[in-house]
Design a protein around this ligand. Structure first.
Ligand SMILES: *[C@@H]1O[C@H](CO)[C@@H](O)[C@H](O)[C@H]1NC(C)=O
Ligand SMILES: *[C@@H]1O[C@H](CO)[C@@H](O)[C@H](O)[C@H]1NC(C)=O
Ligand SMILES: *[C@@H]1O[C@H](CO)[C@@H](O)[C@H](O)[C@H]1NC(C)=O
Ligand SMILES: *[C@@H]1O[C@H](CO)[C@@H](O)[C@H](O)[C@H]1NC(C)=O
Ligand SMILES: *[C@@H]1O[C@H](CO)[C@@H](O)[C@H](O)[C@H]1NC(C)=O
Length: 562
C-alpha cells in the first residue's frame, strides 16, 4: 500500500510540474497560433510551417505554394517576392508566374527586401534593397538588375555618411529615386518619458537623380513632427538603442511634386510640400487634419504600410492594425480612402481582406495593378491576395502555413506584380532520371518549348546532333519523355522561344542515367543509423548548450522588419 501511495504522490507532483510548465511556457506560445477549425491541411502545417519544393535538374529550392483560390480575371503578370524567415535557410529573390510556378530564384544576395520590377528610362529593371538589417531597419544599398540579371546601377544615400534603409526604393516618372534612411541623432526624449539627453532614429527620405547621383530633396521627420506624436513604446532611447519615434516605411510623389509619406509609429500619412518640406496635411494619428463625416473608419488605421496615391483624390494603404504583442484591430486589411483635401474630409471607400482574415504584425503592401485589380502582400504573414476593385477576392495564395504566421517562419516584406522578360547568362540545366530528361533554366522567361537532341559520336570534334523529342515548357522544370536515350552517347537540350528561335542550350551531357527505385536494404539501414546518431548528437548538444530561445536569438539570417 505504502508503495502505491508513494507512486500516487509522485504522479501528482509530476502532473503539477507538467501543468506549471505548460502554463508558463506552452500557453503564451499557443496564444500565438491562429488555429481555425476550417483550415486546410497545408495551413495546419502538414507539409511544415514553410513547405518547400526542390527540383531534379538543378539544386534550387523554392517555397511550395497553397493556392486557396484562383480566377482567370487575375493579372497575368509575374509575382515578385523575397522570402526569408526562421524556416528559410537562404533568403532569396523569387519571381513566380501567374500560375505560381517559379521563374527565377537567386540566393546570392543574402538579405534582400522590397523586390519589384520598375521602369527607368523606358526599360524594365529588377530593383531591391540588399544589406544587413539592424534594429528593424536596414543598412545597405539599392540595386537595379537588367534583363540578363546583372547589376546595372547601385544607389547609395547622398550627403553625410548614411546607409540605405530597406523600406523604400521607388523610381519616379522623372527617373529619380525615392529612398528611406534611418539616421541616429541626439534628441530630448523627456516629452515621451525618456532621457533628456537621449537618441532617436530620425526618419529621412531623399530624392536622388539616378544618373548623376545629385541629391534633389531631403526631408527629416524630427524637424516637422513632435516626438509625442509617436505610438511607439518608450524603450531604450540611448545611443546603443535609439528610440524609433517615426519609422518612415513608404514615400510616393504626386504630379504636383509633393511627397506622400507613411510613418508607421505615428499612424500617419503625410503630404509634404515638394519645395519647402512643410507638412501640407496629415491623415491619421494624433495630428490628423481630416474629418470622417460618414464615420466610415477612414482614419482608424494603425501600424500601417505602403501609402500610395490612386488617381488624384484617393489613397491606398495596408492597415496592419498590429505589431508584435499589440493588435489594435482583429485583422489586417487594405484600405482605399477618398479625400476631399479642400474640405479636409476623408471617407473609407473599400476594404480588402483575405479569406482567412490574416493579421500581419509587420510589413506588407498594397498595389493597384494595370488591370485595375488590387494586389496585397501580407508581409509577416506568408500570403498574397488579388482583389477586384470592389474588394472581391479573386486569387488567394499562401507560401507558408497560416497557423504559424505569428512565428515568422517565412515572410516577405513586400510582394508586387509586374511584367518581366529575362534572359540569364547561365545555361539551362538538364538531367536524365529514369526514362525522362528533366530540364530547367532559372530566369529565362521566354522559353516556349524544349528540344532534346542526341548524338553518338562523342569522339569527333563537332558531333552532329539529331532531335529525339520536344516538350512544351510547363512550369519551372519540364520532363521530356526519352525511353531510348541510353542508346545514344550524349545529349543536350535546346530552349526555343515561341517563334522556334534557339535562346540557349545545355552543355553536352553523357547519357548515364541515374537509376531510380533500387535502393538496397543496406542503404536504408545505413541511413537509419546515420539519422539516429545525428538525433542523439543533437539531443546531447541541446542538453549541454541550453534553450530554444537563446538558440533563436543567435539565429542571424532573419530579423523582423516593421
Ligand atoms: C549543387 O550545388 C553544389 C554546391 O552548391 C554545386 O557544387 C553543384 O554543382 C550543384 N549542382 C547542380 C546540378 O547545380
Ligand atoms: C546588363 O548590365 C551589364 C553590366 O552593366 C552590361 O554589361 C550588360 O550589357 C547589360 N545587359 C543588358 C541586356 O542590358
Ligand atoms: C505634445 O507636445 C506638445 C508640446 O510640444 C503639446 O502641446 C501637445 O499637447 C502634446 N501632445 C500630446 C498628445 O501629448
Ligand atoms: C518631374 O519633373 C518636373 C519638372 O522638373 C516636375 O514639375 C514634376 O513634378 C516632376 N515629377 C515627379 C514625379 O517627380
Ligand atoms: C489629376 O490632376 C491633374 C492636374 O490637376 C489633371 O491633369 C488630371 O487629369 C487629373 N487626373 C484625374 C484622373 O482626375
Amino acid at each position: 500500500m505504502r508503495h502505491n501511495q508513494a507512486l500516487r504522490l509522485t504522479g501528482c507532483i509530476a502532473a503539477a510540474a507538467v501543468l506549471a510548465m505548460l502554463y508558463t511556457f506552452g500557453v503564451p506560445q499557443l496564444a500565438r497560433f491562429r488555429f481555425r477549425s476550417d483550415l486546410p491541411p497545408y495551413d495546419w502545417g502538414v507539409y511544415g510551417a514553410a513547405p518547400s519544393r526542390s527540383y531534379l535538374s538543378c539544386n534550387l529550392t523554392t517555397p511550395r505554394l497553397e493556392i486557396l483560390q484562383w480566377d482567370s480575371r487575375c493579372d497575368s503578370g509575374f509575382t515578385f517576392l523575397a522570402p526569408r524567415g526562421f524556416s528559410v535557410a537562404k533568403p532569396s529573390l523569387l519571381i513566380l508566374d501567374a500560375q505560381g510556378e517559379p521563374v527565377w530564384v537567386d540566393y546570392s544576395w543574402g538579405e534582400v527586401q522590397d523586390f519589384k520590377v520598375q521602369q527607368f528610362k523606358g526599360k524594365d529593371y529588377l530593383t531591391f534593397w540588399a544589406g544587413v538589417e539592424i534594429d528593424i531597419h536596414g543598412q545597405g544599398s539599392w540595386y537595379m538588375l537588367n534583363t540578363s540579371y546583372q547589376i546595372q546601377y547601385r544607389i547609395s544615400p547622398m550627403g553625410k555618411i548614411l546607409s540605405g534603409d530597406l523600406h523604400e526604393f521607388q523610381i519616379t516618372d522623372n527617373d529619380t529615386a525615392l529612398v528611406t534612411i534611418y539616421d541616429s541623432i541626439p534628441f530630448d526624449l523627456s516629452a515621451v518619458g525618456g532621457p533628456s539627453s537621449g537618441w532617436i532614429y530620425d526618419g529621412l527620405f531623399q530624392e536622388i537623380d539616378i544618373m548623376t547621383g545629385e541629391l534633389l530633396f531631403e526631408w527629416r521627420a524630427s524637424e516637422h513632427y513632435p516626438i509625442n506624436s509617436t505610438f511607439w513604446p518608450m524603450v531604450g532611447g540611448d545611443i546603443s538603442k535609439p528610440f524609433d519615434a517615426f519609422h518612415i516605411n513608404s514615400v510616393d510623389k504626386d504630379a504636383q511634386g509633393n511627397y506622400l509619406v507613411s510613418m508607421r509609429h505615428t499612424y500617419t500619412v503625410s503630404n509634404i510640400d515638394g519645395k519647402t518640406g512643410a507638412v501640407l496635411w496629415t491623415l491619421g494619428g494624433r495630428l490628423n487634419d481630416f474629418t470622417d463625416v460618414a464615420d466610415s473608419g477612414a482614419t482608424d488605421f494603425s501600424w500601417q504600410h505602403d501609402a500610395r496615391w490612386w488617381g488624384n483624390n484617393t489613397i491606398t494603404l495596408l492597415n496592419n492594425a498590429a505589431r508584435e504583442y499589440d493588435s489594435p484591430g482583429p485583422y489586417s486589411y487594405g484600405m482605399s480612402i477618398q479625400l476631399d483635401v479642400e474640405a479636409r474630409h476623408a471617407t473609407l471607400q473599400t476594404i480588402f481582406s483575405d479569406s482567412q482574415k490574416v493579421l500581419a504584425t509587420s510589413q506588407g503592401n498594397l498595389q493597384v495593378l494595370e488591370n485595375g485589380n488590387i494586389f496585397v502582400g501580407w508581409g509577416h504573414s506568408a500570403a498574397f491576395t488579388e482583389f477586384t476593385p470592389e474588394g472581391e477576392i479573386l486569387c488567394d495564395v499562401h507560401f507558408g502555413a497560416s497557423a504559424y504566421y505569428s512565428f515568422g517562419r517565412i515572410v516577405s516584406y513586400r510582394i508586387l506584380k509586374g511584367t518581366w522578360s529575362g534572359l540569364p547568362l547561365t545555361e539551362p540545366k538538364a538531367k536524365i532520371i529514369g526514362d525522362g530528361v528533366y530540364v530547367s533554366w532559372n530566369g529565362a522567361t521566354e522559353v516556349w518549348e524544349w528540344q532534346l537532341k542526341v548524338s553518338d559520336q562523342s569522339q569527333s570534334e563537332n558531333p552532329t546532333f539529331s532531335t529525339l523529342g520536344k516538350a512544351r515548357k510547363i512550369g519551372f522544370e519540364t520532363r521530356i519523355s526519352a525511353p531510348n536515350i541510353n542508346q545514344y552517347r550524349e545529349f543536350r537540350v535546346a530552349a526555343l522561344d515561341a517563334h522556334g528561335m534557339v535562346l540557349g542550350e545545355t552543355e553536352t551531357i553523357k547519357t548515364e542515367a541515374i537509376p531510380i527505385g533500387n535502393i538496397s536494404n543496406f542503404q536504408i539501414l545505413l541511413t537509419a543509423t546515420l539519422i539516429s546518431s545525428a538525433c542523439l548528437a543533437f539531443w546531447g548538444f541541446w542538453k549541454r548548450y541550453g534553450s530554444y530561445r537563446t538558440w533563436l536569438w543567435k539565429y542571424k539570417t532573419y530579423h523582423i522588419v516593421h
